[in-house]
Design a protein around this ligand. Structure first.
Ligand code: G
Ligand code: G
Ligand code: MN
Ligand code: NA
Length: 254
């Protein structure tokens, strides 16, 4: 409860920030966009990790206003970058299970896109398999509505849930993000290599875009390139950066 009330205040006081981690196209090396990640530099507690406060926010329902703030901030920031000439970038925002089942999510997204002026096609939502499967029929309807706004849908932490090929096929999904637990030991673990290959093959069959998360070294990069992965994200290129540093990072690459 302590952390919850502090987090509630932090949201009201504007203490929360978004950092942005670049994603790169594996073939061209160009930055395609970024994942927005919440950060809480608390004056009292120091830097609180999202691994600590997201579960609390999820349990208490505070994730709904918090997530709405993050969505608005990410869209607003992307519009600001666009005005500075950083075009062609897609911003990805994480949605927790509770947000995904929030009846107001769709209207909130419609109004945030309207208010910020961001083209829906520049927004991607990262959702876990389990969040979508809580209520598959409602999930499918919501995804269809989001698609009609042009919003892209990515399955986050892919491979850690239970989805089969046939269930995935029934949802209008654009992207799979291979969970970083598969990527971590790609150089040495034959099982992880096999599973990653299987995911890439399956994605090709379903014509899905694939992003590998947590790429930290050239061995992983080479393995993923040879097997047709589309995009990379990870410390090899950059950790999540404050907005100004992200913009500088993109400028340096162009
Ligand atoms: O950035 P980091 O690896 O510390 O994030 C830890 C976890 O917090 C990740 O699982 C990430 O998806 C989650 N997270 C970070 N930012 C957000 C956010 O804006 N919304 C939600 N729902 N989860 C987030
Ligand atoms: O669950 P989700 O995929 O949203 O979590 C994203 C988190 O993964 C980010 O908070 C980020 O800090 C972390 N992350 C990003 N790149 C790497 C990486 O290369 N290695 C590790 N260990 N973590 C990473
Ligand atoms: Mn994510
Ligand atoms: Na992930």
């Amino acid at each position: 409860l302590e952390l919850e009330s502090r987090l509630r205040c932090a949201l009201e006081l504007g203490e929360l920030e978004l950092h942005y981690q670049p994603k790169l196209d594996l073939r061209s090396g160009r930055i395609t966009g970024m994942e927005a990640l919440l950060r809480w530099p608390s004056p009292g507690l120091g830097m609180v990790s999202p691994e600590q406060f997201i579960p609390v926010a999820e349990e208490t329902g505070l994730i709904v206003p918090l997530g709405k703030w993050a969505l608005r901030q990410a869209c607003r920031q992307n519009m600001a970058w666009l005005a500075q000439g950083l075009d062609g970038l897609t911003v990805a925002v994480n949605l927790s299970p509770r947000q995904f089942s929030d009846p107001d999510l769709l209207t909130d997204i419609v109004s945030i896109l309207h208010e910020t002026g961001l083209d829906g096609r520049r927004l991607e939502l990262e959702i876990t398999e389990s969040a979508i499967m809580q209520d598959a029929e409602a999930g499918r309807r919501l995804l269809r509505s989001l698609k009609s706004l042009g919003v892209r849908i990515a399955i986050d932490d892919f491979g850690t849930g239970y989805s089969s090929l046939s269930t995935l096929k029934q949802f209008p999904i654009d992207t799979l993000k291979i969970d970083r637990s598969f990527i971590a030991d790609l150089a040495t673990d034959p099982e992880d290599r096999g599973l990653t290959e299987a995911i890439l093959q399956m994605a090709r069959t379903l014509k899905l875009h694939v992003v590998a998360e947590g790429v930290e070294n050239r061995v992983q990069q080479a393995f993923l390139r040879e097997r047709g992965c589309d995009e990379l994200q990870g410390f090899l290129f950059s950790k999540p950066l404050p907005a100004a540093e992200f913009a500088a990072f993109v400028h340096d690459q162009r």
